[in-house]
Design a protein around this ligand. Sequence first.
Ligand SMILES: [Zn+2]
Length: 155
Amino acid sequence: MTSGEHQHVDYPNGSAEQGSPDVPARVAGRLAELGHQVTTQRLKLAELIFSKPQHLAAEDLLRMALAAGIKVSKATVYNTLNLFAECGLVREVNVDADRLYYDSTTIPHHHFFNEDTGELSDVPMNSVCLGDLPEPPEGTETAGVEVVIRLRNRR
Ligand SMILES: [Zn+2]
């Protein structure tokens, strides 16, 4: 890791297009393509999720939905996030034993995770340099490597 230059994360796939009107269309298209129902609630939740690149736990999304006046149950929020993950619209980030985060950015990238605050933030792929990776076990190949850099506040 020699590069001291600060790099910005790029979102070339438009996986988190900022408040773009295309969000409902893209989500609806993906759901329909995979044979899932396109409901108003799902699309409203999608608009919140993809309003900016972010990491959300189910309870965060529920809070945002209620604040935005979207009438939705806790179960619907959980099910919707689960479904979106299954459809590849969001990515599950498993860094915290207490809660699962969903990432609105689906292109591969690394993360900082602050264990004191629970805050998760993006680290661009090219700012981490990985050396010798072990040979994958017989009959397998490496599908990707994502790094979680765990942080704690200085004491
Ligand atoms: Zn992320």
